[in-house]
Design a protein around this ligand. Structure first.
Ligand SMILES: Cc1cc2nc3c(=O)[nH]c(=O)nc-3n(C[C@H](O)[C@H](O)[C@H](O)COP(=O)(O)OP(=O)(O)OC[C@H]3O[C@@H](n4cnc5c(N)ncnc54)[C@H](O)[C@@H]3O)c2cc1C
Length: 470
């Protein structure tokens, strides 16, 4: 039986980074992946493909180019579904190959097949193409990710009724689509398909989208989505979904309020569960929690101390960004690398809707609930020279929240193009407890979108002392 210092299960962002780091420090490492392509949801079914589809939608729709030469100019380009999917396939494949190369370069031994515990230190690997084998490890890292939740009343068929995996392999453009959910995945796909000219209906069992975001930002996104043609049905759900035998006939969906809506395609994008079902965790002495997730301590150890778990399989925040660092951190702990004690609990959220949202730190409600005497400053893309030069980019704003007495920045929230890029200065402000005066006394390149910070800071100062700076 082959023996390793570490066996990693899963090649997503969490597993890849963990395996490579452990090998870099001279440990013998194996990684088991059940799919033929590397990268998991991070590269093959989630982050990278959806972000690439967004860029394709922007390209084909010409959304941001429309105003450059005046409104009469039509920059939209005709696209077939193959055109639309082309770049997504190319990028996912290329990144998957990079991951495989990275593992090989670090001499991580890769096993293809499904991993299953046979004891707390041994794992069986089963695949259709090779004989079953069992390997042994001193440490084991579970990085198996998550899968889209399938409620029993939705007849998923991967043809017209999709989850967030199968929506990536449609072979025909719908003219209309119903999306269930109002979280990140639902809103991202709603804006992508709306930009491609698809009539989108978004069914939400609440009245707000992105419930964790600052309400001013999420309301502004909702307004933008409505402007781009998304029809919202709030406080609603579906009661039935009729699928005609003839694919050319529309799906007929009845909502709780009784209304019937006909659409070509249906996407359920509300909730994911941990990928633990096939692992036989009981053989390792482990059990799962709600939504098939694994419980870990602050070092990412499970209740069996030599078995660690990271990434989506442990739940919140379930991001590629945090998953990678959790993987690295688990390895630092098991091999006492001493280079990483903790994954920062201050990290940005990036939502790649059209327009984008990004945020770090407290929302206004959180500041209020924490009894912080806070102040808000706002700035608008329409007043920023770079936004005017570069694109018809009048949409969006930045909201800066700071402690009124100490002037320390406690939250930054951005709606608008490149929000997920420009948030990182805000991240350092919040993480390092910097003040509004730090923003004002820092020189930025001009013209850049970072002017949003300056304008928001001055606006905040004005609001703090009770007058408005022009
Ligand atoms: C549509 C969508 C958009 C997203 N957008 C973003 C974004 O913009 N930014 C962001 O930070 N995050 C985003 N995410 C979340 C991000 O993709 C995940 O948080 C991240 O991929 C989790 O990484 P992971 O390594 O834990 O799991 P995964 O990436 O899911 O990888 C798990 C791997 O384990 C393998 N595996 C599972 N079980 C076994 C087994 N028994 N044996 C062998 N192999 C197994 C799987 O095949 C898979 O390759 C998005 C997710 C989705 C679905």
């Amino acid at each position: 039986m082959k023996q390793f210092d570490l066996v990693v299960i899963g090649s997503g962002p969490a597993g890849e980074k963990a395996a490579v780091k452990a090998a870099y420090f001279g440990n013998s490492v194996a990684l088991i992946e059940k799919e033929s392509q590397f990268g998991g949801a991070g590269t093959q079914t989630g982050t990278i493909p959806s972000k690439t589809l967004k860029e394709s939608a922007l390209h084909f729709s010409g959304v941001y180019e429309k105003g450059i030469y005046g409104l009469d100019f039509n920059f939209s380009r005709k696209a077939t579904v193959d055109d639309f999917m082309f770049r997504k396939n190319l990028v996912s494949q290329a990144v998957g190959i990079e991951i495989e190369d990275n593992l090989k370069r670090h001499k991580v031994e890769v096993f293809s097949g499904e991993a299953q515990f046979t004891s707390p230190h041994t794992i069986k690997i089963s695949s259709e193409s090779t004989d079953e084998q069992i390997i042994e490890a001193k440490y084991i890292l579970i990085a198996t990710g998550s899968y889209p939740f399938h409620p029993s009343h939705i007849p998923f068929d991967g043809n017209r009724i999709h989850d967030s995996n199968t929506i990536l392999s449609i072979d025909k453009f719908p003219s209309s689509m119903m999306i269930i959910g109002a979280g990140v995945i639902a809103c991202e796909y709603a804006t992508i398909y709306a930009a491609m000219g698809v009539k989108v209906f978004l069914i939400n069992n609440r009245s707000t989208v992105l419930s964790f975001a600052d309400s001013e930002i999420s309301e502004a996104l909702k307004a933008e989505m409505e402007r781009s043609g998304v029809t919202f049905h709030d406080d609603s759900d579906i009661t039935s979904l009729e699928v005609p035998v003839d694919d050319n006939m529309p799906l007929i969906i009845t909502l709780t309020e009784g209304q019937k809506i006909e659409v070509d395609m249906f996407l359920f994008a509300a909730g994911r569960n941990g990928n633990t079902n096939s692992l036989h965790l009981d053989k390792a002495g482990l059990a799962v929690e709600k939504r098939e997730l694994i419980k870990v301590n602050e070092h990412f150890q499970t209740t069996v101390p030599h078995i660690y778990a990271v990434g989506d399989v442990i739940g919140f925040p379930a991001l590629a960004s945090t998953s990678m660092d959790q993987g690295r951190m688990a390895v630092a702990h098991m091999f006492e690398a001493g280079d990483l004690d903790t994954v920062s609990n201050i990290f940005p959220f990036g939502i790649y809707t059209i327009p984008e949202i990004s945020m770090v730190g407290m929302t206004e409600k959180e500041a209020k609930d924490a009894n912080i005497d806070y102040c808000v400053g706002r700035s608008y893309y329409k007043n920023i020279s770079r936004a005017r030069i570069q694109m018809d980019n009048n949409i969006g704003f930045m909201k800066l929240i700071f402690d009124k007495k100490t002037m320390v920045v406690i939250g930054i929230h951005i709606l608008g193009q490149l929000a997920t890029e420009i948030i990182h200065y805000g991240l350092t402000l919040v993480k390092d407890k910097r003040t509004v005066n730090d923003i004002i006394s820092t020189v930025f390149n001009y013209p850049t979108l970072h002017d949003l910070y300056k304008y928001a800071a001055y606006d905040g100062l004005g609001n703090q002392v009770g007058y408005t700076i022009k």
